[in-house]
Design a protein around this ligand. Structure first.
Ligand code: 3NM
Length: 205
């Protein structure tokens, strides 16, 4: 997959009254490399409509587009990849369906990270580093020590995720992360573009 540093996930609950596409375009203008559609509440037709709109937007800007969970939606809109949790379809099954599209896997301990790497994941999520209200079924924060463990033991790209804000990202980078993934810290910001630029300033240091 293309090199990336800043990965933004949609979270419409964090910008009530603002259009999702407009918010994600601001994030793109701020420099994000990847956008993921993550939507646990919409029905299929609505999800598909959002995926189509994001596909169009990301294609226009040359940004990678990933769909969370819904492999069928990802295939239908020709997303660049999918992101799966530990309880979703097994990676080898997903691989059969998506071919050479990107597959990302959420991991919460080293054992899961090593397994995902062996199974052929293109990248893994590493978290939640800090406490987050974004993911409801989330495990307890794993802390920066998990980031350190992954940095020392995993060769595929990994993104640190969970509760990352401008105020604590330095700790995550100090632990060895070179890529971060953010929901509320980006889309819930009053200055989405400026926040992305500030994250990138730190990532590029
Ligand atoms: N996955 P925020 S934590 C979607 O640890 C997600 O796998 C996580 O949202 C994981 O940046 C998380 O608002 C939520 O804390 C991240």
């Amino acid at each position: 997959m293309k090199e990336f540093r800043l990965y933004a996930i949609t979270g419409e609950q964090f910008h009530p009254g603002r259009d999702m596409i407009e918010v994600m375009e601001e994030a793109i203008l701020g420099g994000v490399d990847i956008i993921q559609l993550r939507d646990k509440t919409s029905g299929k037709p609505e999800l598909l409509q959002k995926a189509k709109a994001l596909r169009e937007l990301t294609r226009k800007h040359g940004v990678t587009f990933i769909v969370n969970d819904h492999i069928d939606v990802a295939m239908e809109v020709d997303a660049d990849g999918i992101h799966l949790g530990q309880d979703d379809v097994p990676l080898h099954e997903a691989r059969r369906i998506v071919g050479d599209k990107i597959i990302g896997i959420s991991t919460h301990k080293l054992e899961e990270a090593l397994q995902a790497e062996r199974d052929g994941a293109d990248y893994i999520g590493v978290g939640p580093v800090f406490a987050t209200k974004t993911k409801v079924d989330v495990v307890d924060p794993v802390g920066v020590s998990y980031v350190r463990d992954v940095a020392a033991n995993i060769r595929i790209p990994f993104v640190a995720i969970g509760g990352i804000k401008l105020g604590n990202v330095d700790e995550v980078l100090a632990a060895g992360a070179t890529r971060i993934c953010v929901v509320s810290g980006i889309v819930g910001s009053s200055d989405v573009r400026g926040t992305c630029e500030a994250f990138l300033g730190k990532l590029n240091k």
